[in-house]
Design a binder for this molecule. Structure first.
Ligand SMILES: Cc1ncc(COP(=O)(O)O)c(C=O)c1O
Length: 405
């Protein structure tokens, strides 16, 4: 997820404009800032680029998910359904607002499986939180139908899928709210930052106030703001927003390189009939930040991973099944409900209960999956070399294993 790979004078220029004024904060100091409002400019650019009615920048993707949950009114005791394959931030945000993360299995889209979602709904369910992992999307038609049938909110965690789309609409703008992360390894970066997008004016007002201590931003100066509700501080700085402003303008360039490299690598791997690829609900909307592929069995996949490691070429290929950050199998702290301060006992019990359910259907998918990160910097020769190396290692392992499937 490579915005940082193409760092340029454009980012430097935007940051320098902020440094020239010395006004690093996004609010206030009107007379001193010489008309420079990088955060506001970036919010406008985000609305235009992605087709959202409103955008609220915050300090990280985690802050964006937390702010979106709060702005949607999700809190103590509410159950939110999310996939077993995501990043720890998803459940951190839920627990931080007092909500219960109800994990469900993923299928070969690497996102939540609609039938598993249906089975997980209870009278306490308030929202579905699909996570558009690794650049591609969940089956949004199926999830929207479930939301309509059960009167649930849809919050899209699109932190990893900036620029992806589903049936003509940009990911993150389809549900009641959606979030992007602009951390250092995302498709575009601010170094650290995130955004909440929504088409609902009330949700926007809540996100705007909540991310800045509940200030209503209606006062003649900051000291005269009123507080319709209690907030928090998730503000982004002007320096971070300046970087993001340059990057969002470059998104079409990033996506086009990503898509070209993704397609070339897929073509190379396609010569192995035993490989299958991630199912993409709308292939034309894949942001192509990763190419995710499956091998026939867990044993073959593990052997391929070992051989990639032995030959020093594992870097850039992610075996999520053994990964501590992204898949429920290794989240021991969550399964034990380990926190630094006390959780309400009901919340703690619910967290532990839902984290320890049977995820064998997810295991069956994730244990056979590898995702190759697509770099913007590969030359054609490097890409070919990388692909051919992968092919030779996979062929070697397949020839050693008796494949029955
Ligand atoms: C799916 C998902 N959600 C949320 C986040 C949190 O974003 P941040 O690192 O900006 O807090 C990430 C970050 O990797 C992510 O992958």
């Amino acid at each position: 997820m490579p915005g940082f790979e193409l760092w340029s004078d454009k980012e430097r220029q935007e940051v320098n404009e902020v440094l020239e004024t010395g006004i690093l904060m996004r609010y206030g100091f009107d007379a001193l800032r010489k008309g420079r409002w990088k955060s506001k400019e970036l919010e406008t650019a985000i609305c235009k680029t992605f087709g959202a009615a409103h955008a609220q920048l915050v300090s990280s993707g985690t802050a964006a998910v937390t702010t979106a949950l709060t702005a949607l009114g999700i809190g103590f005791g509410d159950e939110v359904i999310l996939p077993s394959f995501t990043f720890v931030a998803s459940f951190e945000a839920l627990i931080s607002v007092g909500a219960v993360p109800v994990f469900v299995d993923v299928d070969d889209t690497l996102t939540m499986e609609p039938d598993a979602v249906r089975k997980a709904i209870t009278p306490k369910t308030k929202a579905l939180m699909p996570v558009h992992m690794c650049g591609s999307m969940a089956d949004l038609d199926a999830l929207l139908a479930i939301c309509k049938e059960h009167n649930l909110l849809l919050l899209e965690d699109a932190c990893q899928s900036i620029g992806g789309s589903y049936k003509g609409k940009m990911l993150g703008t389809i549900g009641d709210a959606g979030t992007f992360s602009f951390d250092f390894v995302k498709i575009i970066t601010c170094a650290e930052g995130g955004v909440v997008m929504t088409n609902n004016k009330d949700v926007q007002l809540h996100a705007d106030g909540y991310s800045d201590h509940g200030h209503d931003h209606e006062g003649v100066d900051r000291g005269s703001d009123l507080h319709p509700f209690i907030g928090y501080n998730f503000r982004i700085s002007e320096l971070h927003a300046a970087v993001g402003l340059a990057q969002v303008r470059r998104l079409p360039e990033f996506l086009s390189i990503q898509r070209k490299n993704h397609s070339a690598l897929k073509q190379i791997l396609s010569q192995i009939p035993e490989i299958s690829f991630r199912r993409i609900p709308d292939p034309s909307g894949d942001s192509c930040t990763f190419l995710s592929w499956f091998l026939p069995t867990l044993e073959i996949t593990k052997a391929v991973v070992e051989e990639l490691k032995a030959q020093g070429v594992l870097a850039g290929n992610f075996y999520w099944y053994d990964n501590n950050w992204h898949y429920i199998r290794k989240w021991e702290h969550l399964k034990k409900g380990t926190t630094l301060n006390a959780l309400h006992p009901d919340l703690k019990a619910a967290v532990i209960h839902h984290a320890n359910k049977d995820f064998s259907a997810s295991d069956a998918v994730m244990s056979r999956c590898l995702s190759t990160a697509i770099s913007l910097l590969w030359t054609e020769e490097q890409m070919k070399e990388k692909g051919e190396k992968l092919v030779s290692i996979i062929k070697k392992i397949l020839s050693q294993q008796s494949v029955s499937f």
